[in-house]
Design a protein around this ligand. Structure first.
Ligand SMILES: O=C(O)c1ccccc1NCC(=O)[C@H](O)[C@H](O)COP(=O)(O)O
Length: 219
């Protein structure tokens, strides 16, 4: 099934790198389907277990909490899963499928897109992944606010595609029309500063996403 057929609705939205309760509540209010918490200490959006627990406690039912890790010690992942209601894992480093599967939880695998990386072959290496998230190849593994060449995205990855990397209210419409992802993921493009989300940028992003999604679903 082509993505054009598969994307029969407005793409779902993940807002990542939440660190403040007010930003999380804004993301939920504006319609985010998923909320990303970054458990990668070098990230300026890193939250420890205590802060993450307070954020998770504010999430209403039917909104997915995504726990994001980069080449993490499995013991850290297990401790996080034991302490928090993480619904979906996101592995954003160099993890292989054996590593990702060991936690017996649904996960999405991020691919850091660069010329020469065969994305169909990459996706085939993670048959147990719920989806493949395509992000730009940036220093620090992710959250870089950089787009990649969307022409590199194949017609189908063989599983749901989440488009990420440098999206904002100005480009998400074109991104959705060109790539037709099942979902989009954004962090920098809705921020006033690293880890500090901006209400108006979130609202503008959601409006642009809905406009593009309704165009596409109208055919
Ligand atoms: O958000 C981070 O700081 C981060 C750090 C290291 C690895 C991944 C990270 N974020 C993962 C995400 O899912 C981001 O939303 C994605 O990379 C897009 O970020 P942006 O280009 O800033 O929208």
């Amino acid at each position: 099934m082509s993505r054009a057929t598969a994307m029969a609705r407005i793409p779902r939205l993940k807002i990542c790198g939440l660190t403040r309760r007010e930003d999380l509540l804004c993301a939920v209010r504006e319609g985010a389907d998923a909320l990303g918490l970054v458990f990668f200490p070098p990230s300026p959006r890193y939250v420890d277990l205590r802060a993450a627990a307070a954020l998770a406690n504010a999430v209403p039912p039917f909104v997915t909490i995504v726990g994001l890790f980069v080449n993490a010690d499995p013991a850290l992942v297990r401790a996080t899963l034991a302490a928090l209601p993480i619904h979906l894992l996101q592995f954003h480093g160099d993890e292989d499928e054996g590593y990702c599967r060991q936690f017996d939880r649904p996960y999405i695998k991020a691919a850091r897109v660069r010329p020469g990386l065969d994305l169909v072959q990459y996706a085939a290496r993670f048959p147990s992944a719920q989806a493949i998230l395509l992000d730009a190849f940036v220093e620090g593994y992710g959250g870089g606010g950089k787009i990649f060449d969307w022409a590199l995205v194949p017609q189908s990855l063989g599983k749901p595609l989440i488009l990420s990397g440098g999206l904002d209210a100005d480009n998400v419409g074109e991104a959705v029309r060109r790539v037709r992802p099942a979902a989009v993921d954004v962090s920098s493009g809705v921020e006033a500063g690293k880890g500090i989300k901006d209400v108006e940028k979130i609202r503008a992003f959601v409006a642009a996403l809905r406009a593009a999604g309704s165009e596409s679903s109208d055919g």
